[in-house]
Design a protein around this ligand. Structure first.
Ligand code: BES
Ligand code: MN
Ligand code: ZN
Length: 499
């Protein structure tokens, strides 16, 4: 999909050839504009057919004086600009999607702020995404070109570039998230990561079973041992800032299929466990976006990836494994495998002397119960980091909600047979999982995003969402040199002695 920025008022937009023209209309605005569009907006408003409420829209077919075949007037309402832009674009898309438009022009009746432009572009790409990889006769996405018409194109160049990078990243994450387990093995995921290293400043290294054994990642290896597919440990690096600049480290859970292992999951909806690598996919998506945008920040991406399967060599409940950190773990439930692969990746992260470490994982069903599909769970040892991630989530409309890490939550992880057990009771399951991970987080500020409820949708619209690529990308761009200096100072201060 191709994006183009153009200086367009409503008068010029009327003569743009397109399969559909979407006009985002602000309250009380637009009808003064010269030409056919101004007239239409005025008439529709007068007749009560275009209420000033986000989500309300009106489709017109080949109206006089307009070059586009379809025109959708879509109200923005008076809410926050980015939220309004998203819902107005989604409502407009519902009107035109069946027509399979190839070229869409998007224009505003009034002014446009960068956040609204980005929200509109990301929403349009999101809604028009089509999965085709394992369909023999699938129609690919019809939408080829999106023209974004703004009052002054030169002022919106950077905003559009960020939006396009976010779109590429989200789509990369969705694509790999959606692929079934037999089309997205650890080896294939590693190849996807390698393909990202074609972009400038990105390097990719892939470790196999031998190298991982030499690193003594006993917890990660234990999860992989019940599968015929060999594990992979993916190390991505993006160097956008100086060599001495401490990197942001992202760690993504890459279970390409989670059967639960010997602690087998029930059959119903088990297919959805192909999405158990969406944390890994989000890290790949972020690197896709970094490659596109080339911001001045250093980022390391770590992805432990394997299957959680059952066979004669599989890990058993009660087995004790030794993690890379040296801590021993009693595996009371083989279905709590995400934390086992992440704990070794968190130990490995320390070698980069990170500015911060953020892990992203479809970690617990309990987080789905706590927060549903609206917000991801956010856990953090550092208030500055928590605040920066939460703010990035709001800005990108990819929201999260901070959860507690009181030490009392770790009580249930105590065991007589190892340093720690991999599960506690059912109560507070998302938090006890985070408490387990916290033991392996090093000195740097650490955060954990539990995306079990937000990484994919179930039911009729089943599919990966690409979350939290938007949140992570916003967070990293806010860390890039020259950007958001206030936020950077705040986080450096809160790092205290480590700074
Ligand atoms: N991948 C699952 C978490 C999950 C479950 C995500 C359902 C989305 C929907 C994870 O590996 C898992 O199985 N967690 C267990 C932990 C339990 C055994 C303590 C869970 O949540 O049931
Ligand atoms: Mn599991
Ligand atoms: Zn899992």
């Amino acid at each position: 999909m191709d994006f183009q920025l153009k200086t367009l008022g409503l008068a010029q937009a009327a003569s743009e050839k397109a399969d559909a023209l979407i006009v985002l209309v602000s309250p009380g605005d637009g009808e003064q504009a010269p030409g056919a569009l101004g007239g239409l907006i005025g008439a529709a408003r007068k007749a009560g057919d275009l209420p000033d409420k986000a989500g309300k829209c009106l489709m017109l077919y080949r109206p006089q004086g307009i070059a586009a075949a379809r025109v959708v007037l879509s109200s923005l309402g008076d809410g926050p600009a980015a939220t309004a832009a998203r819902s107005a674009v989604l409502a407009a898309w519902q009107q035109i999607r069946a027509a399979n438009p190839k070229r869409v022009v998007l224009v505003w009746s009034g002014g446009v702020v960068p956040a609204a432009l980005q929200a509109a572009v990301v929403a349009l790409a999101d809604a028009s995404y089509v999965y085709t990889h394992t369909k023999s006769k699938a129609e690919p996405r019809a939408l080829r070109q999106v023209v974004v018409g703004v009052p002054q194109a030169s002022a919106c160049k950077a905003a559009l570039a960020e939006a396009v990078a976010a779109v590429r990243g989200v789509e990369f994450a969705k694509e790999w998230g959606n692929r079934p387990g037999n089309h997205c093995t650890p080896t294939m995921l590693a190849e996807a990561a390698r393909s990202l290293a074609k972009a400038p400043r990105i390097k990719c290294e892939v470790l196999g079973p031998k190298e991982v054994a030499a690193l003594k990642m006993g917890a990660f290896m234990a999860v992989a041992q019940g599968s015929a597919e060999p594990l992979r440990f993916i190390v991505l690096r993006y160097q956008g800032a100086g060599k001495a600049d401490a990197p942001q480290v992202l760690v993504g859970k890459g279970i390409t299929f989670d059967t639960g292992g010997v602690s087998l999951k029930p059959a119903a909806e088990m297919d959805e466990m192909k999405f158990d690598m969406c944390g890994a996919a989000s890290v790949l998506g972020v690197f896709r976006a970094l490659g596109e945008l080339q911001p001045a920040v250093n980022v390391v991406g770590l992805i432990p990836t394997c299957e959680n399967m059952n066979d004669g060599r599989a890990l058993k409940p009660g087995d004790v494994v030794t993690s890379m950190s040296g801590q021993t773990i009693e595996v009371l439930n083989t279905d709590a495998e995400g934390r086992l692969i992440l704990c070794d990746a968190l130990a490995y992260a320390a070698r980069f002397d990170p500015a911060a470490v953020v892990d992203i994982a479809t970690l617990t069903g309990a987080c789905v119960i706590a927060l549903g599909g609206v917000r991801s769970g956010l856990f953090a040892t550092d208030d500055g980091l928590a605040g920066a991630l939460a703010a990035a989530g709001e800005a990108a409309q990819d929201r999260c909600w901070r959860m507690p890490l009181d030490d009392e939550y770790a009580e249930g992880l105590k065991t007589s047979f190892a340093d720690v057990a991999n599960v506690a009771g059912r109560a507070g399951g998302a938090i006890t999982a985070a408490k387990f991970l916290q033991r392996f987080a090093g000195e740097a500020p650490w955060a954990h995003l539990d995306i079990a409820g937000t990484a994919w949708k179930s039911g009729a619209a089943k599919g990966a969402t690409g979350r939290p690529v938007g949140l992570l990308l916003r967070y990293l761009l806010d860390r890039a040199e020259g950007a958001a200096p206030a936020a950077r100072k705040a986080s450096r201060r809160s790092r205290g002695a480590a700074a």
